[in-house]
Design a protein. Structure first.
Length: 259
């Protein structure tokens, strides 16, 4: 069993436990959440924002290491730190990607069920129909980092394939700092008020019998940006090792994903 499978099981078990506790307590947990969850989410958001600002300084380490290693040699401690960061960031995105792959199976099953219900039995379930949107969005948003790890995103290659490893590393480094990270920061900045407003009112479906989890779905947008930024940092660390004349951990196809 992969780490992503365990993560998904933990989330499912926690959700079931919360629902059972709420049922046993006669809705006391729901009442407490409505009264306190918004203030807690605001505090958590501020803490995460501050932590993100502090940790963003670490994004400069790979580019500094690249120049340092290219012209003065990379110290063993710095090399070890870069390799440790690569392993950690890759493991996080691999775990989340492994979990997200199950949304593909759920998407197929739920879509088939909706079609059969509507065209065979003439019935419809709003919650089931809306869950298709959730599975589709979460599949693509949460697997983006793992896809970047596997080099699965579209790449327009004109000169890159003809470059030597060091030139490729400089190109990757420039792409991360001039395109990927700025794009992720833009997504985080633009989605902040959007997600905050959803949490303020615990936004739910516009349909009375729809899913009441729109605020959680919208939270996947900044999570998507953070996962991409983390994988970009991993790519930059690999590039720094290559530029310094070291052999970086292999970045290529991730382990085969099977449902």
């Amino acid at each position: 069993m992969r780490a992503g499978d365990i993560l998904l099981l933990v989330i499912i078990a926690a959700t079931i436990a919360v629902l059972l506790i709420d049922s046993v307590t006669g809705g006391a947990l729901s009442a407490w959440s409505e009264a306190n969850l918004h203030s807690l989410s605001v505090r958590a958001g501020r803490m995460l924002s501050m932590a993100g600002m502090l940790l963003s300084v670490l994004l400069l380490i790979p580019v500094l290491a690249a120049f340092w290693g290219r012209f003065a040699g990379l110290p063993a401690s710095t090399e070890g730190g870069l390799r440790g960061a690569i392993r950690t960031l890759d493991a996080i995105n691999t775990t989340v990607g492994d979990m997200a792959r199950w949304f593909a199976l759920a998407l197929v099953i739920v879509t088939a069920t909706v079609v059969i219900q509507r065209y065979v039995f003439g019935i419809a379930s709003t919650k089931l129909q809306e869950s298709v949107i959730y599975f589709h969005a979460l599949l693509f948003l949460l697997s983006a980092g793992a896809t970047l790890l596997a080099d699965g995103h579209v790449r327009v290659d004109i000169l890159y394939s003809k470059m030597n490893p060091r030139k490729k590393a400089w190109t990757e480094l420039a792409g991360v700092y001039l395109a990927l990270i700025p794009m992720c920061w833009l997504i985080l900045s633009a989605s902040g008020p959007y997600v905050s407003a959803a949490w303020r009112i615990f936004e739910r479906s516009r349909e009375s019998d729809g899913l009441p989890l729109v605020f959680l779905l919208k939270t996947a947008i900044p999570v998507f940006a953070v996962l991409l930024m983390m994988q970009g940092a991993s790519m930059a660390a690999r590039a720094a090792l290559t530029i310094s004349g070291r052999t970086p951990p292999v970045m290529g196809k991730a382990p085969e994903q099977e449902l």
